[in-house]
Design a protein around this ligand. Structure first.
Ligand SMILES: *Cc1c(COP(=O)(O)O)cnc(C)c1O
Length: 408
């Protein structure tokens, strides 16, 4: 039976490493994210990458590199390895000469990659005896939390901005969560969660404010590394909100290299944000290590409407260490790209991921993506969870149909 090789946690800012495994943690003493550490030498000696990869599907196969100690605490909703698809027509349309691969995280339970993070966070909550969880969300994380918490018998309190995509709000409620719309942004919702900790006795699973969601998201990179024959792509583009996914991928690369699963080559990491909320891109451009809060954040790509991120410096460090970029995309371009990819490839991307196609075009034009680069773009959620333009025509069955008019 595979087991976890977790040893302890370390502060991502100061490196202080005396946070024990098997205990409830939120932020470090410095107020920054904690990173889980593993005995990678022991993992290396006990199992090969081929052996792990050959296990049955889903992200729980990476057991040695995940924090859950007791198999009985694993909450599973039938996860799969999400497929990679090459999109040559989209590559051509957006001016990229090389290969364009999309990984469809919309195929996971609750239709977004948030399932990876919340699957881990909820299983760890179960392991640590937590019975009540609270979280601020822009939608997808709330739905994933509700889903995984239900079979674990954990009560959930979810707070989202007023204009969160309605399907996500209704979905979380239908999956048993208590959910409230709040007249503010996700960080305003986060303050409500923080303020309620003592009165409500709940555990705060805000992104990066507990160390387990990051560990779940890490499996996305293990998975695409294996799917690509343990050869990382040249460029990875991710729509970046709180930045957990980007930080998690970067951590996964480090762990895989230490295990001898991959070499030292790293993809250029590209953080894609919306022009209406681009705090990380702004800090990247100004050469700063920490990002100031973005006021009046607006974009309909809800997953990336995050005005302030506690892991800002980890994202910015990874972008710089990888030779990558931060790119902000205009609202109209996001939705135009979503429609273009749909019509050209039959591939439904969420608005967040649609922004990455525009970033690809910029990269190709500006030369920071080479025509020979293999680019991996992550479709972080299912586009069906958002409002879609209603462009269908209307016909009256009781009148003669003008078929010539249908051609135009
Ligand atoms: C949460 C989310 C993101 C942003 O992910 P982070 O890890 O917070 O950067 C991107 N796309 C979708 C669809 C999301 O739900």
């Amino acid at each position: 039976m595979p087991k976890s090789y977790i040893t302890h946690f370390e502060c991502s800012l100061t490196g202080k490493a005396d946070y024990a495994a098997g205990q409830i943690h939120n932020l470090s003493e410095a107020g920054r994210p904690l990173l889980a550490r593993y005995d990678l030498d022991a993992v290396k000696a006990s199992v090969s990458k081929e052996e792990v990869w050959a296990r049955p599907g889903g992200f729980w196969k990476w057991r040695e590199l995940l924090p859950v100690q007791n198999e009985e605490n694993i909450v599973s909703l039938g996860e799969i390895e999400t497929p990679l698809t090459t999109l040559p027509r989209a590559a051509q349309h957006f001016g990229h000469g090389g290969e364009l691969i999309v990984k469809d995280e919309g195929r996971l339970p609750t239709s977004s990659f948030k399932a990876r993070g919340l699957g881990l966070a909820v299983s760890m909550a179960k392991e640590l005896g937590i019975t009540r969880i609270a979280m601020p969300t822009n939608g997808n994380a709330g739905a994933a939390l509700a889903a995984y918490a239900a079979p674990a018998g954990i009560e959930t309190f979810i707070f989202c901005p007023d204009d969160t995509p309605p399907i996500n709000v209704q979905e979380a409620a239908l999956l048993g969560a208590k959910i409230w719309r709040v007249n503010g942004y996700i960080d305003d919702c986060g303050h409500i969660v923080g303020d309620g900790i003592e009165k409500m006795g709940w555990f705060n699973v805000s992104t990066l404010k507990e160390p387990y969601r990051l560990e779940g998201k890490k499996t996305m990179a293990f998975e695409f590394a294996a799917q690509l024959g343990w050869e990382l792509p040249d460029v990875v583009m991710f729509p970046t909100g709180g930045g957990t996914a980007l930080i998690a991928m970067w951590k996964a690369f480090e762990e895989m290299e230490a295990l001898g699963w991959i070499g030292p080559k790293r993809p250029k990491m590209v953080a894609v944000q919306a022009s209406g909320c681009a705090p990380l891109v702004k800090a990247f451009d100004k050469g700063e290590r920490f990002a100031a809060r973005w006021d009046n954040a607006h974009t309909k790509a809800a997953g990336i409407r995050v005005p302030q991120a506690v892991g800002d410096f980890l994202v910015l460090d990874a972008l710089r260490a990888s030779g990558g970029m931060g790119v902000a995309i205009d609202e109209a371009d996001i939705f135009e790209a979503q429609a273009t990819v749909g019509a050209l490839e039959g591939y439904m991307v969420c608005p967040e991921a649609a922004a990455s196609f525009v970033a690809l075009k910029k990269g190709a034009e500006e030369g920071w993506i080479a025509p020979t680069d293999r680019v991996l773009l992550i479709n972080s959620g299912n586009g069906l969870k958002y409002d879609m333009p209603d462009t269908a025509g209307r016909l009256n069955k009781d009148e003669p149909i003008d078929f010539d008019a249908l051609k135009t």
